[in-house]
Design a binder for this molecule. Structure first.
Ligand SMILES: Nc1ncnc2c1ncn2[C@@H]1O[C@H](COP(=O)(O)OP(=O)(O)OP(=O)(O)O)[C@@H](O)[C@H]1O
Ligand SMILES: [Mg+2]
Length: 344
C-alpha cells in the first residue's frame, strides 16, 4: 500500500469512530514511513500517538488523591518544564565551526550510528555532552544538527523554570523530567545549565545544591545508552566541577575567526539572490566582523540585505533579482551590533 492508502484508512476509521482500527492504521503508517526513510515524520506521528494514549488512559474524572489524580498532575507539571518537543532537519552543513569542534560532532554522530557494533563489544557509548561558549555561536543549533543527523526526537528542557519554580523540589522535578524523557530514544537538551548555580543564591539550605548534583549524577547513570543528554551554557564557570567531570565530553563553541566568517556569509547568501559587488568589498566586510558572534554577523547581514531592498524599491528600481549588498550599510549594521554588545 502507498502512503495515500494508509491515510485513507486512518481517515475512514476516524470518521467511523473506530479507535482500534484507527490506531492500527496509524501504526502501519508509522512503520511504512520508517521503511521509506521518512523518519522525522514517523517520530512525530509516534509521539502524537503516545501523548494521546497517555492523556486518554484514565477515562473520566480522577478521584482526588488517587494515583491517577497524581499522575495527571505530574503530566501537567511536566509540560511546564519541557519547552519543546521537536524533530529536526538540520545537518552538519548548516553549522559553521572550527575543525576541532566539527571533528568532535562528526565523531558523536558516528558513534551513535554505530551503536550496535560498540554494544557487541560491551563498550560504553558517550552520550552526555556539555556545550559551552559565548551566546550566538551555535550551541542550540548544534543540538538541532545532532537531532537531525541522528533522526532523534529532541526535548528542550527549561532548566530556569525547574530551578526557580519550587525551591527544594528541584531534584524531584529533574528526576520527573528525566524519567519521562529517558523512556524514549531521544535527545534531552538542557539549556541554561548554569541556572543550577542559582540554587546557591535562592536556597538557605546548603545541602540543596549537593542534593541536586547527586540527583543529576544518578540520572546520568540511568540514562539509556541510545539517549543523549546535552547541557548548554554560556557561563561554564558557574557549573559545579563535580558535575562538569561527569560529562563524557565538553564541546567548546567559539566566536568565528576569519575563515568561519567567510563561510557563514557564503552559507547565508547561498541561494545566490544577493551578492557583493566584487571580491574586495566581500573581503573588507570580513575584516570588520571580527569580535561578533555568528548570530550577530547573520543579523547584520540580513538587516543590510533588507535595507538594500528598501532602497531599491524606494528608487522604483524594478529589477530585484540580482541584488548587490550595499557594504556601507552592512558595515554600519556590524558597527551597531558591536555597540549593542558593549552595552550588554
Ligand atoms: N556556528 C554557527 N554556524 C551557523 N550559524 C550559526 C552558528 N552559530 C549561530 N548561528 C546562527 O545564529 C542563530 C542562533 O544561534 P544559537 O541559538 O545556536 O546560539 P547559542 O550558542 O545557542 O546562543 P545562546 O547561548 O544565547 O543560547 C542560529 O539559529 C544560526 O542562525
Ligand atoms: Mg542556545
Amino acid at each position: 500500500m502507498k502512503q495515500s492508502g494508509y491515510i485513507k484508512e486512518i481517515v475512514k476509521s476516524g470518521l467511523e469512530n473506530d479507535q482500534e482500527k484507527f490506531k492500527a492504521a496509524l501504526n502501519e503508517l508509522i512503520e511504512y514511513s520508517k521503511k521509506t526513510r521518512k523518519i522525522n515524520f514517523a517520530l512525530q506521528l509516534q509521539s502524537l500517538l503516545k501523548d494521546a494514549m497517555q492523556n486518554s488512559k484514565p477515562i473520566g474524572p480522577a478521584l482526588v488523591g488517587s494515583d491517577t489524580y497524581f499522575a495527571r498532575l505530574e503530566d501537567r507539571e511536566l509540560n511546564d518544564f519541557i519547552i519543546e518537543k521537536l524533530t529536526s532537519n538540520y545537518s552538519l552543513e548548516n553549522l559553521i565551526c572550527k575543525d576541532e569542534l566539527r571533528r568532535d560532532l562528526e565523531y558523536i554522530i558516528k558513534e551513535h550510528r554505530s551503536r550496535e557494533i560498540i554494544r557487541k563489544f560491551d563498550l560504553p557509548i558517550a552520550n552526555k555532552f556539555l556545550m559551552y561558549g559565548p551566546s550566538g555561536c551555535g550551541k542550540t543549533l548544534a543540538s538541532y544538527v545532532l537531532a537531525g543527523e541522528l533522526q532523534k526526537m529532541m526535548y528542550v528542557i527549561n532548566l530556569g523554570a525547574i530551578v526557580s519554580f519550587k525551591l527544594g523540589e528541584t531534584s524531584k522535578n529533574l528526576a520527573k523530567v528525566f524519567r519521562k524523557a529517558s523512556t524514549d530514544d531521544c535527545i534531552i537538551f538542557i539549556d541554561e545549565f548554569d541556572s543550577l548555580g542559582k540554587v546557591r543564591d535562592y536556597s538557605q539550605d546548603h545541602g540543596e545544591m549537593k542534593r541536586i548534583v547527586n540527583t543529576i549524577l544518578q540520572l546520568f547513570d540511568y540514562l539509556p545508552q541510545s539517549s543523549i543528554v546535552i547541557a548548554a551554557t554560556n557561563q561554564i564557570q558557574m557549573i559545579d566541577s563535580a558535575l562538569v567531570r561527569r560529562f563524557d565530553s565538553m564541546l567548546k563553541f567559539e566566536l568565528p575567526g576569519e575563515k568561519q566568517v567567510r563561510e557563514l556569509i557564503q552559507l547565508t547568501l547561498r541561494n545566490g539572490t544577493f551578492r557583493f559587488s566584487n571580491r574586495n568589498s566581500f573581503e573588507s566586510v570580513i575584516k570588520v566582523c571580527e569580535g561578533l558572534s555568528y548570530y550577530g554577523i547573520q543579523k547584520a547581514l540580513i538587516g543590510a540585505i533588507k535595507r538594500t531592498i528598501f532602497e531599491k524599491t524606494e528608487k522604483n528600481e524594478s529589477d530585484l533579482s540580482n541584488l548587490v549588498i550595499d557594504t556601507r550599510i552592512l558595515k554600519q549594521m556590524v558597527k551597531a551590533e558591536k555597540k549593542n554588545l558593549l552595552q550588554l
